[in-house]
Design a protein around this ligand. Structure first.
Ligand code: GDP
Ligand code: MG
Length: 148
């Protein structure tokens, strides 16, 4: 019983990711999940889903004043995504390293965005930027019983 709940607080060993609509549409789900697991991350929650416009607005509310907000909301709601919670020591920071810079032109060799992002907007994957946001974003997509 208790093992199901041991990581529900701002655990430093979990992060949240989405494979974004561009990468799903381009057939990269399998290759990106392979890069994630080969990078030492364990998948503890996983689903194919789609954000409504309202979901995308809420998920990215922190960017509401940015000039690209409308474009971002339209992009993130236009097709299926893969949502996942990942586990690894130092998960948030290590996953940001694995995905690479927001702009694929600046992303390092070997990163997911270097391999699969097509622009600064359509950049293949999301990665949480803090332990607090990882917990919030994971709970946005997964009920407690879906977090293994
Ligand atoms: P991230 O943490 O690396 O994902 O980057 P941010 O938190 O700064 O931005 C969130 C998301 O908004 C990015 O992953 C992109 O999908 C999108 N985005 C960021 N900057 C731009 C931009 O200049 N133009 C467009 N169209 N989208 C952007
Ligand atoms: Mg961010």
């Amino acid at each position: 019983f208790c093992t199901k709940f041991k990581n529900t607080k701002m655990a430093t060993n979990r992060t949240f990711t989405m494979i974004k609509p561009d990468a799903v549409a381009n057939g990269h789900i399998g290759n990106i999940l392979a890069m994630i697991t080969n990078g030492g991350f364990k998948i503890v929650s996983l689903k194919l889903t789609q954000l409504t416009v309202a979901d995308a607005k809420a998920f990215y509310a922190v960017h509401a004043e940015r000039p690209f907000y409308g474009e971002l909301v339209e992009f993130m709601s236009r097709g299926p995504i893969v949502a996942a919670i990942l586990e690894k020591d130092n998960a948030v920071e290590d996953f940001r390293t694995l995905i690479g810079a927001t702009n694929p032109a600046e992303a390092a060799e070997g990163t997911i965005r270097k391999a699969y992002a097509t622009s600064i907007g359509e950049n293949a994957v999301h990665g949480s930027d803090s332990d607090e946001n990882a917990a919030i974003e994971g709970a946005f997509h997964f009920a407690g019983r879906e977090q293994f």
